[in-house]
Write a protein that binds this ligand. Structure first.
Ligand code: NIG
Ligand code: FE
Length: 403
């Protein structure tokens, strides 16, 4: 027998499905709503008053007490398998030192020194954090191993907790490859595109490269991304974070699912994104934690680009796992409306991962719901720092929050 759960008495239901008669543009809001999940999938959405006839006797009824419900957050960018932290570096930055990509190498050392059990325990704690804050789908990148064995270990551990695993061997050039003592960046790219990719691809779905001054050139990034693609992986890119660069152009040209950061964009970059189906993923925690200028989401949205928001949770540039925090910052400092930010953190993240089963509450999709201790989605930005996520359900089942 299929299992049926009726979520009812929802004051404001954000579906991200613009069916006729709904409010809020792309948010597809239904007021005084109910949602029926059958075997973990959304089967019906409508006015709560009609639920009794639509669903005569569900196995379970969940009463939302008139609160707001949104789709589970889709965090399309994180780096959660690592050892150590960089609190001292953060403190020094707040005292005036600039952020540099080179800090990644100190986490590489701590990660190489950590045991599998340590990394697993850490990862499990982060996954708990994500769930409690309403994230029901998340991506994890490697990139703090930077040797064949170490990268293989990171994608393997990440794969234990999510199917959205990204191979980021091209994060920075590791110590032992740096010139003048080591063989150099091109030799490292050889390793990444050869033996390292072969070891990591079986555990990964995506390949990524950090195309930035201090990391990899566009030409080196292209080699990595093309090799990954030839090895069956989808393409995503870190680009235009620390200054203008070729990351966005490269991502669009390669048909990447997403280009992430997008802090420094030329008019051509914006136009190229708008004309493509590459998602511009903005990472508000990064500019917050590095004290850099925020990307201009308004400019991207007004040009017609698709924008996602993600946490980029990592020990260097953005040590937050909170999508509500990212939404609040995106609204305050990137000139997004609350509706745009909520959409970007749910449907936008799903597009960035090319997922058609999450990010919206439409019949057929996974019943991933976040109940807010608030009457509306706007409160996520209006009440920054307040833990508004009350209960979280994934595939119709209780995942976190009040029992
Ligand atoms: O997304 N940009 C590259 N990688 C991370 C930073 C990692 C670090 O500083 O450890 C990022 O910001
Ligand atoms: Fe990142």
């Amino acid at each position: 027998m299929p299992r049926t759960t009726l979520f009812t008495n929802i004051g404001e239901l954000t579906t991200n499905d613009q069916a006729p008669g709904r409010e809020g543009g792309p948010l597809g809001i239904v007021r005084d709503a109910a949602l029926l999940a059958v075997d973990g999938r959304v089967a019906w959405v409508g006015p709560a008053a009609e639920a009794a006839s639509a669903v005569p006797s569900p196995d379970e009824i969940v009463d939302l007490g008139g609160r707001a419900v949104i789709p589970g957050f889709v965090d399309s960018h994180s780096h959660l398998v690592f050892g150590g932290d960089r609190a001292e570096e953060f403190a020094a930055r707040m005292a005036g030192r600039p952020y540099e990509a080179g800090g990644i190498r100190s986490t590489v050392q701590a990660t190489r020194e950590a045991s599998d059990e340590e990394l697993r325990a850490r990862l499990a704690a982060f996954v708990g954090e994500l769930h409690r804050q309403g994230t029901t789908t998340f991506e994890i990148k490697s990139g703090y191993g930077l040797s064949v064995e170490a990268e293989e270990r990171l994608v393997r551990l990440a794969r234990e907790v999510t199917e959205e695993v990204t191979f980021l061997g091209a994060h920075v050039v590791p110590f032992e490859y740096r010139e003048p003592d080591g063989p150099g960046a091109d030799a490292y790219v050889e390793l990444v595109t050869g033996e390292m990719l072969a070891a990591c691809a079986p555990h990964a779905k995506w390949v990524d490269a950090f195309c930035e001054r201090g990391a990899f050139t566009a030409e080196q990034s292209r080699r990595v991304l093309e090799a990954g693609r030839a090895g069956g992986l989808g393409v995503r890119v870190h680009g235009n974070q620390l200054g203008p660069g070729e990351g966005v152009r490269l991502a669009v040209e390669l048909g990447a699912a997403s280009v992430d950061h997008c802090t420094y964009l030329s008019d051509e970059d914006v136009a190229a994104l708008a004309a493509s189906d590459t998602v511009a993923t903005l990472l508000p925690g990064v500019e917050f934690s590095t004290r850099q200028p925020y990307p201009d989401a308004r400019r991207l949205l007004d040009a017609g680009a698709t924008v996602a928001i993600a946490s980029d949770c990592n020990p260097g540039s953005s040590f937050t796992s909170s999508m509500p925090f990212c939404i609040a910052v995106a609204v305050r400092d990137m000139r997004m409306t609350p509706a745009e930010a909520v959409w970007a953190a749910t449907a936008g993240g799903a597009l960035a991962l090319r997922r058609e089963d999450v990010g919206a509450l439409r019949p057929g999709m996974s019943a991933d719901l976040v109940e807010l201790d608030a009457p509306s989605h706007v409160h996520l930005a209006y009440r920054p720092g307040v833990p508004l996520v009350r209960r979280v359900f994934r595939a119709g089942e209780h995942l976190a929050g009040a029992a």
